[in-house]
Design a protein around this ligand. Structure first.
Ligand code: NDP
Ligand code: OXD
Length: 318
């Protein structure tokens, strides 16, 4: 079933917040002239909505869409949609896979890995002390970078780092094969992965299996003086354990783009910690230009009765 029509065009409800609605609506309408795309402000017949494009939508919305068949997420992480008590079992959830998002994440991860690899925190400290202290970084082949999550985003970052000569490992749920990357799979191989990782990048989806994965035990399995770059979700990290590890020297630094509570409360200790770099969830942003095209192609596939791409496995949670 492809949903329902109100006039002569299939109806798509657009219900996103935190993004530029004008840009998104213009792009979606340009890409999908064959659809009737309406926002909640247009007072659409909600009982007729079969397809919705959603992100940070109002609570209770899904309960008002009895004929919803497919929910297309504007973001890659779908944990909040899957946790919505109003999401019916028979609704297909499609996550965002956007070339622009992957480019942005690749840039950000590369920037922070190079920042730590080239000892920029030490140079900054020396500058504050007016100290001229040259230090020689190891060759990339002697720098072990580890990526938690080898999906759309993690595998791309891994390839980029391999191409720059880094010694790259990755961890996933199932065995993966990526040229030049040492791969680990499943909980039983997590410790071996962590033990060889000097710069750790988290690019896991947030699920019941990955929440709080970066706790005291995991962090203490990393070599002393390791770095953490968390660009996945704040709930992957146990905040107190991260702070304790930075204070004890177990971790030398952390870059945090995502937080348990966003915006990060102004009183949170992360803001002023000397070893933490805080960024406001901007490591990668779904790009209207590229993403609208991708979503449109998927919607057209659906309307033509072809299988949808990037469907979320509701049991696995990603
Ligand atoms: P994918 O679904 O493509 O990849 C997820 C990866 O994580 C897969 O390799 C998967 O393993 C692995 N994984 C999942 N569960 C486990 C587990 N229990 N144990 C080990 N590995 C596991 O996701 P994306 O790469 O597209 O995105 C990852 C996350 O990044 C998103 O869910 C989102 O939370 C976050 N994100 C953050 C952004 C930001 O701005 N900060 C922007 C976009 C995304 P397998 O390969 O075996 O399936
Ligand atoms: C996403 C995000 O999941 O923006 O796409 O975090």
């Amino acid at each position: 079933m492809t949903g329902t029509q109100v006039g002569d065009k299939p109806l798509l409800l657009y219900a996103c917040t935190g993004v530029d609605d004008n840009q998104w609506l213009a792009a979606m309408r340009r890409e999908l002239p064959e659809l009737d795309i309406r926002t909640l402000a247009d007072d659409p017949p909600l009982e007729q909505v079969g397809m919705a494009f959603i992100w940070k939508y109002p609570a209770g919305l899904l309960a008002s869409l009895p004929r919803l068949c497919v929910a297309f997420s504007l973001g890659a992480g779908v944990e909040s949609i899957l946790r919505d008590p109003d999401l019916r079992e028979d609704v297909t959830v499609v996550r965002m896979v956007d070339p622009g998002l992957a480019i942005g994440m690749n840039e950000f991860v590369l920037m922070r890995v190079l920042h730590y690899h080239r000892q920029m925190p030490e140079h900054a400290e020396n500058q504050r002390a007016h100290r001229w202290a040259p230090c020689v970084p190891p060759l990339p082949e002697d720098r072990r970078v580890g990526i938690l999550g080898l999906g759309e985003l993690g595998s791309r970052c891994a390839r980029t780092l391999v191409n720059l000569g880094f010694d790259v490992a990755g961890w996933a749920r199932s065995p993966r094969n990526i040229d030049g990357v040492t791969t680990f799979a499943g909980r039983e191989q997590l410790d071996a992965f962590l033990a060889r990782t000097e710069i750790l990048v988290c690019l896991l989806p947030l699920t019941t299996a990955t929440a709080n994965i970066l706790d005291r035990r995991a962090i203490s399995t990393l070599p002393r003086g390791a770095y953490l770059i968390n660009v996945a979700r704040g709930q992957h990290v146990v905040d107190e354990d991260l702070l304790a590890a930075l204070d004890s020297g177990q971790l030398r630094g952390a870059t945090l783009d995502v937080f348990r509570e966003e915006p990060l409360p102004s009183t949170h200790p992360f803001w002023s910690h000397a070893k933490i770099t805080v960024v406001p969830h901007v490591s990668a942003i779904t790009q209207v230009k590229s993403a609208a095209r991708t979503v449109a192609a998927n919607i057209r596939r659906y309307l033509a009765g072809q299988p949808l791409q990037n469907v979320v496995d509701r049991k696995l949670g990603y």
